[in-house]
Design a protein around this ligand. Structure first.
Ligand SMILES: [Zn+2]
Length: 241
């Protein structure tokens, strides 16, 4: 797909989604509905998503020269937030800037506490989905390509990961397939989620791409399209039953 075709596709989807936003706004005016991400007892129309931008603050994640994973994760997460909000989703992030979720003084082990707090943010928001954003890095520079992961044996997570990967393959150069792993957040939460490894910082071509807004938006758009496909297929299955 050329980038022009991609843009057309995304804009037409966004236009449809923006129509939905208008309908929701009108419905809210008449019905006096609010759409907080919490408050699951309310009749909520729009799906909720929590985005976890991996690392932050003292924890840079993978580094390659002056390119630091935490910054790219946050940029992609903010692009994803923007797209999802435009598409009528309710969205929260585990972090909105370059900070960790723990105080520097917290001992015992920082990383575990940081992950526990991310999990707490996800659970408190009670979203329909959560998306974890990271970048990869390997000792060898030859590996490249975005890849989506689900928790081992999570059927719903597997479906979502496959759907996101489908669009990553369509609108980025990746030839990878969705896979599974053991990841704290995906394991400990009952909410349907997946981990998007946006690409390899260790590969020079991909490292350049990952720093570009246009490429970050592609990763975000693929994730959104995957969420849409998952919801659509699930809706059809429910109707089919
Ligand atoms: Zn990472």
């Amino acid at each position: 797909m050329t980038s022009e075709q991609l843009q057309k596709k995304i804009y037409s989807k966004l236009a449809a989604a923006l129509g939905l936003v208008l309908v929701l706004a009108i419905a809210a005016t008449f019905g006096k509905q609010t759409m907080p991400l919490t408050g699951s007892t309310m009749a909520v129309l729009a799906p909720g998503v929590v985005i976890d931008a991996g690392h932050g603050g003292y924890d840079g994640g993978a580094e390659w020269g002056d390119v630091i994973e935490k910054n790219i994760n946050l940029s992609i997460s903010l692009h994803l937030r923007e797209i999802l909000l435009a598409a009528g989703y309710r969205v929260a992030l585990t972090r909105y800037g370059d900070y960790s979720l723990i105080e520097q003084e917290t001992s015992n082990p920082k990383k575990r506490e940081d992950m526990a707090r991310r999990l707490a943010v996800i659970e408190q928001n009670a979203p329909d989905f959560f998306i974890v954003i990271h970048c990869n890095a390997m000792a060898s520079t030859r590996w490249s390509g975005a890849q989506t992961f689900c928790q081992h044996e999570s059927e719903q997570g597997q479906e979502l990961a496959k759907d996101v990967q489908h669009y990553l393959r369509e609108i980025t150069a990746t030839t990878r397939f969705a896979s599974s792993l053991d990841h704290y957040l995906l394991r400990e939460s009952n909410i349907t989620g997946c981990l998007v490894e946006a690409g390899f910082l260790s590969n020079s071509v991909e490292r350049e791409l990952l720093q570009q807004d246009s490429h970050q938006r592609r990763i975000a758009a693929a994730t959104w399209l995957g969420l849409e496909k998952y919801s659509r297929d699930k809706g059809e299955n429910v109707e089919g039953n």
